[in-house]
Write a protein that binds this ligand. Sequence first.
Ligand code: FMN
Length: 202
Amino acid sequence: MKQLLVINSSINGDKGHSVQLTQHFLAQLPQGSFSVDSIDLNTSPLPHLAMSEMAAWMTPAEQRSEQQQQLAAISDELIARIKAADVIVLGVPMYNFGVPSQLKALLDRVARAGITFKYTEQGPVGLLDDKPVVILATRGGVYQGTAMDSQTPFLQSFFNFVGLNSLHFVYAEGLNMGADAQQAALSAASQRLLEIGEAVAA
Ligand SMILES: Cc1cc2nc3c(=O)[nH]c(=O)nc-3n(C[C@H](O)[C@H](O)[C@H](O)COP(=O)(O)O)c2cc1C
């Protein structure tokens, strides 16, 4: 059975369109084809990354204090869950043209020198095995393809940097632009998810 990791970051919780779209994506996968691991950054937020945590990463495991062991374990566990997944699905609301700070706090713990990326004389090399990453981008307005969409290039750069290149962006935009626009956006996103679901389950 394949393993699927869902990461949600909407402050609306289960009422968030991004969360509902991730649920929709899971519901239409063939039954029994995936076991699901979930990270809900709304109910279990991570603090901003601090130097004490980075210092714990940089201290050899056998020399870490008890507090450093606990701090390093936060990132170690997140990376282990990402490595264990065959497919990753992210619900990503647009907040002030970027990703939710809840999600940024997680990504800050996934980029680890020597573990998920390394620098060589030719530049950075991602160390994670490639796998499909489905990004459900929900927005009140319509920004895809414009300079005001800082989410897409950021997420693309970030995931490519750690070795994840099979990215599937699904946009549900104009969600705050009236009932018709919302309905059209959600149904187009659902249709796209159906196609991606078939591809990742194959
Ligand atoms: C704090 C905050 C900031 C937002 N900033 C933007 C924005 O910059 N651009 C945009 O199109 N929508 C913005 N919105 C609207 C959300 O993107 C929209 O409501 C979306 O549906 C949120 O995702 P969710 O339904 O999964 O919670 C913002 C909403 C909140 C709560």
